[in-house]
Design a binder for this molecule. Structure first.
Ligand code: URA
Length: 234
Protein backbone atom coordinates (compact mmCIF):
# COMPACT_ATOMS: atom_id res chain seq x y z
CA UNK A 1 0.00 0.00 0.00
CA UNK A 2 1.21 3.56 -0.74
CA UNK A 3 2.60 5.28 2.36
CA UNK A 4 0.23 8.31 2.24
CA UNK A 5 -2.78 5.99 1.89
CA UNK A 6 -1.51 3.82 4.75
CA UNK A 7 -1.17 6.89 7.02
CA UNK A 8 -4.62 8.21 6.22
CA UNK A 9 -6.15 4.76 6.84
CA UNK A 10 -4.32 4.39 10.14
CA UNK A 11 -5.02 7.90 11.48
CA UNK A 12 -7.62 10.64 11.21
CA UNK A 13 -5.54 12.51 8.62
CA UNK A 14 -6.63 13.02 5.02
CA UNK A 15 -4.32 11.99 2.17
CA UNK A 16 -3.31 15.68 1.80
CA UNK A 17 -2.52 15.98 5.53
CA UNK A 18 -0.62 12.70 5.39
CA UNK A 19 1.59 14.12 2.63
CA UNK A 20 2.21 17.22 4.78
CA UNK A 21 3.52 15.23 7.76
CA UNK A 22 5.66 13.20 5.36
CA UNK A 23 7.18 16.32 3.80
CA UNK A 24 7.84 17.66 7.32
CA UNK A 25 9.94 14.55 8.02
CA UNK A 26 7.66 13.41 10.88
CA UNK A 27 7.30 9.80 9.75
CA UNK A 28 9.76 6.93 9.90
CA UNK A 29 9.49 3.58 8.17
CA UNK A 30 11.66 0.92 9.80
CA UNK A 31 13.60 3.64 11.66
CA UNK A 32 14.34 5.76 8.55
CA UNK A 33 12.67 9.14 7.88
CA UNK A 34 10.64 8.78 4.67
CA UNK A 35 9.21 11.76 2.77
CA UNK A 36 8.03 9.93 -0.37
CA UNK A 37 4.23 9.48 -0.19
CA UNK A 38 4.42 6.89 -2.96
CA UNK A 39 6.69 4.50 -1.05
CA UNK A 40 5.18 1.03 -0.91
CA UNK A 41 4.70 -0.27 2.63
CA UNK A 42 4.09 -3.83 3.68
CA UNK A 43 1.20 -3.37 6.13
CA UNK A 44 2.21 -6.36 8.25
CA UNK A 45 6.00 -6.25 8.35
CA UNK A 46 6.97 -2.57 7.98
CA UNK A 47 7.00 -0.43 11.11
CA UNK A 48 5.63 3.04 10.36
CA UNK A 49 5.94 5.53 13.25
CA UNK A 50 4.41 8.98 13.58
CA UNK A 51 4.53 11.14 16.73
CA UNK A 52 6.19 8.29 18.61
CA UNK A 53 3.38 5.83 17.92
CA UNK A 54 3.46 2.87 15.52
CA UNK A 55 0.64 3.05 12.95
CA UNK A 56 -1.37 0.13 11.65
CA UNK A 57 -4.44 -0.42 9.52
CA UNK A 58 -7.34 -2.57 10.67
CA UNK A 59 -7.02 -6.23 9.77
CA UNK A 60 -9.71 -7.99 11.74
CA UNK A 61 -10.09 -5.50 14.55
CA UNK A 62 -9.26 -7.11 17.86
CA UNK A 63 -9.24 -5.01 21.01
CA UNK A 64 -7.34 -6.41 23.98
CA UNK A 65 -6.68 -5.19 27.51
CA UNK A 66 -3.55 -6.61 29.15
CA UNK A 67 -2.49 -6.20 32.78
CA UNK A 68 1.21 -5.78 32.02
CA UNK A 69 3.63 -7.19 34.58
CA UNK A 70 7.10 -5.72 35.12
CA UNK A 71 9.93 -7.18 33.03
CA UNK A 72 8.07 -7.17 29.72
CA UNK A 73 8.86 -4.87 26.83
CA UNK A 74 6.20 -3.08 24.78
CA UNK A 75 7.48 -3.97 21.35
CA UNK A 76 6.60 -6.46 18.72
CA UNK A 77 10.23 -7.06 17.84
CA UNK A 78 12.46 -9.42 19.77
CA UNK A 79 14.55 -7.42 22.24
CA UNK A 80 16.51 -8.20 25.38
CA UNK A 81 13.39 -8.64 27.54
CA UNK A 82 10.34 -10.84 26.96
CA UNK A 83 7.70 -8.93 24.99
CA UNK A 84 4.12 -8.24 26.06
CA UNK A 85 2.51 -10.03 23.14
CA UNK A 86 3.91 -13.30 24.54
CA UNK A 87 1.27 -12.87 27.24
CA UNK A 88 -1.78 -12.72 25.00
CA UNK A 89 -3.12 -15.92 23.57
CA UNK A 90 -4.35 -14.84 20.15
CA UNK A 91 -3.27 -16.11 16.72
CA UNK A 92 -1.55 -13.85 14.17
CA UNK A 93 0.05 -11.27 16.41
CA UNK A 94 1.65 -9.59 13.37
CA UNK A 95 -0.90 -6.81 12.85
CA UNK A 96 -1.41 -5.94 16.52
CA UNK A 97 -0.10 -2.63 17.83
CA UNK A 98 0.15 -1.18 21.33
CA UNK A 99 -1.60 2.04 22.37
CA UNK A 100 0.65 4.06 24.66
CA UNK A 101 3.60 1.91 25.56
CA UNK A 102 4.77 1.29 29.13
CA UNK A 103 8.40 1.00 30.24
CA UNK A 104 9.83 -2.44 31.02
CA UNK A 105 9.59 -1.78 34.77
CA UNK A 106 6.08 -0.24 34.62
CA UNK A 107 2.99 -2.37 35.31
CA UNK A 108 -0.65 -1.81 34.45
CA UNK A 109 -3.26 -1.26 31.77
CA UNK A 110 -2.16 -1.74 28.18
CA UNK A 111 -4.47 -1.62 25.19
CA UNK A 112 -3.54 -3.63 22.11
CA UNK A 113 -5.38 -3.68 18.80
CA UNK A 114 -5.07 -4.02 15.05
CA UNK A 115 -7.43 -1.11 14.40
CA UNK A 116 -5.09 1.79 13.67
CA UNK A 117 -7.73 4.53 13.76
CA UNK A 118 -8.98 3.33 17.12
CA UNK A 119 -5.43 3.16 18.52
CA UNK A 120 -4.89 6.71 17.36
CA UNK A 121 -8.13 7.85 19.04
CA UNK A 122 -7.03 6.19 22.29
CA UNK A 123 -3.58 7.83 22.33
CA UNK A 124 -4.15 11.23 20.72
CA UNK A 125 -4.13 14.04 23.35
CA UNK A 126 -6.84 15.68 21.21
CA UNK A 127 -9.35 13.12 22.52
CA UNK A 128 -8.38 13.75 26.14
CA UNK A 129 -8.58 10.23 27.54
CA UNK A 130 -7.20 10.46 31.06
CA UNK A 131 -4.63 7.89 32.13
CA UNK A 132 -4.23 7.34 35.86
CA UNK A 133 -0.73 6.47 37.08
CA UNK A 134 0.12 5.40 40.62
CA UNK A 135 3.71 6.07 41.55
CA UNK A 136 6.22 5.62 44.33
CA UNK A 137 8.98 8.20 44.77
CA UNK A 138 12.57 7.61 45.87
CA UNK A 139 12.69 10.73 48.07
CA UNK A 140 9.93 11.85 50.46
CA UNK A 141 8.35 15.21 49.57
CA UNK A 142 7.19 17.41 52.44
CA UNK A 143 3.95 19.40 52.37
CA UNK A 144 5.50 22.49 50.80
CA UNK A 145 7.23 20.47 48.05
CA UNK A 146 3.99 18.56 47.39
CA UNK A 147 1.95 21.77 47.14
CA UNK A 148 4.47 23.28 44.74
CA UNK A 149 4.51 20.15 42.55
CA UNK A 150 0.71 19.95 42.47
CA UNK A 151 0.52 23.59 41.37
CA UNK A 152 3.24 23.33 38.73
CA UNK A 153 1.80 20.13 37.24
CA UNK A 154 -1.64 21.77 37.09
CA UNK A 155 -0.16 24.68 35.14
CA UNK A 156 2.17 22.62 32.91
CA UNK A 157 5.93 22.21 33.13
CA UNK A 158 8.68 22.41 30.54
CA UNK A 159 10.47 19.06 30.40
CA UNK A 160 14.07 18.80 29.24
CA UNK A 161 14.31 18.57 25.46
CA UNK A 162 10.73 19.78 24.87
CA UNK A 163 9.54 23.01 23.25
CA UNK A 164 6.10 23.04 24.83
CA UNK A 165 4.96 22.71 28.40
CA UNK A 166 3.11 19.57 29.44
CA UNK A 167 -0.68 19.78 29.27
CA UNK A 168 -2.28 20.68 32.61
CA UNK A 169 -2.50 17.50 34.70
CA UNK A 170 -3.64 16.44 38.14
CA UNK A 171 -1.16 15.32 40.79
CA UNK A 172 -2.53 13.99 44.07
CA UNK A 173 -0.28 12.94 46.95
CA UNK A 174 -1.34 10.00 49.10
CA UNK A 175 1.63 10.42 51.45
CA UNK A 176 5.21 11.71 51.19
CA UNK A 177 6.35 9.04 48.73
CA UNK A 178 3.13 7.95 47.01
CA UNK A 179 1.12 9.89 44.48
CA UNK A 180 -1.39 9.61 41.67
CA UNK A 181 -0.86 11.45 38.39
CA UNK A 182 -3.69 11.90 35.91
CA UNK A 183 -2.45 12.68 32.40
CA UNK A 184 -4.13 13.22 29.05
CA UNK A 185 -0.78 13.09 27.26
CA UNK A 186 1.64 10.28 26.59
CA UNK A 187 5.10 11.69 25.97
CA UNK A 188 8.10 9.40 26.16
CA UNK A 189 8.78 8.49 29.85
CA UNK A 190 6.44 11.34 30.77
CA UNK A 191 5.69 10.40 34.36
CA UNK A 192 9.32 9.71 35.25
CA UNK A 193 10.49 12.89 33.53
CA UNK A 194 7.82 14.96 35.31
CA UNK A 195 8.96 13.70 38.68
CA UNK A 196 12.57 14.18 37.60
CA UNK A 197 11.69 17.84 37.01
CA UNK A 198 11.11 18.09 40.77
CA UNK A 199 14.48 16.46 41.49
CA UNK A 200 12.88 13.14 42.40
CA UNK A 201 12.89 9.64 40.95
CA UNK A 202 10.04 7.19 40.36
CA UNK A 203 10.86 3.78 41.82
CA UNK A 204 7.54 2.08 41.03
CA UNK A 205 4.98 2.97 38.38
CA UNK A 206 1.59 1.45 37.64
CA UNK A 207 -1.05 2.57 35.11
CA UNK A 208 -4.37 1.95 36.83
CA UNK A 209 -6.63 3.02 33.96
CA UNK A 210 -6.93 4.44 30.46
CA UNK A 211 -10.11 6.46 29.97
CA UNK A 212 -13.02 4.29 31.12
CA UNK A 213 -10.95 1.08 31.10
CA UNK A 214 -9.49 -0.17 34.38
CA UNK A 215 -7.97 -3.44 35.54
CA UNK A 216 -10.81 -4.61 37.79
CA UNK A 217 -10.84 -8.42 37.93
CA UNK A 218 -7.71 -8.80 35.80
CA UNK A 219 -4.61 -10.27 37.49
CA UNK A 220 -1.07 -9.28 36.51
CA UNK A 221 -0.18 -11.04 33.24
CA UNK A 222 -3.81 -11.70 32.29
CA UNK A 223 -5.65 -10.20 29.33
CA UNK A 224 -9.18 -9.99 27.99
CA UNK A 225 -10.98 -8.74 24.91
CA UNK A 226 -12.82 -5.44 25.33
CA UNK A 227 -16.59 -5.49 24.92
CA UNK A 228 -18.05 -3.67 21.86
CA UNK A 229 -19.38 -0.99 24.26
CA UNK A 230 -15.91 -0.43 25.74
CA UNK A 231 -14.43 -0.16 22.25
CA UNK A 232 -17.07 2.28 21.01
CA UNK A 233 -16.73 4.59 24.02
CA UNK A 234 -13.25 5.76 22.95
N1 URA B 1 5.49 7.43 31.92
C1 URA B 1 6.67 6.83 32.21
O1 URA B 1 7.62 7.49 32.60
N2 URA B 1 6.76 5.50 32.02
C2 URA B 1 5.75 4.71 31.62
O2 URA B 1 5.90 3.49 31.49
C3 URA B 1 4.52 5.34 31.34
C4 URA B 1 4.41 6.70 31.50
Amino acid sequence: MRLDKFISKATELSRKESKKILHAGEVTVNDTVVKDPGLHVDIVNDEVIWAGEPLSVAAGSRYILLHKPEGFECTLKVKEHPIVTELIAVPELGSLRIAGRLDVDTTGALLISDDGKWLHRVTSPKHEHAKIYELTLADPMDEAAQANAVKEVAEGILLEGEHEETKPAILEFIDETHARLILEQGKYHQVKRMMGYFGNRVTELHRASIGHINLDGLDKGDSRFLTPEEVAKF
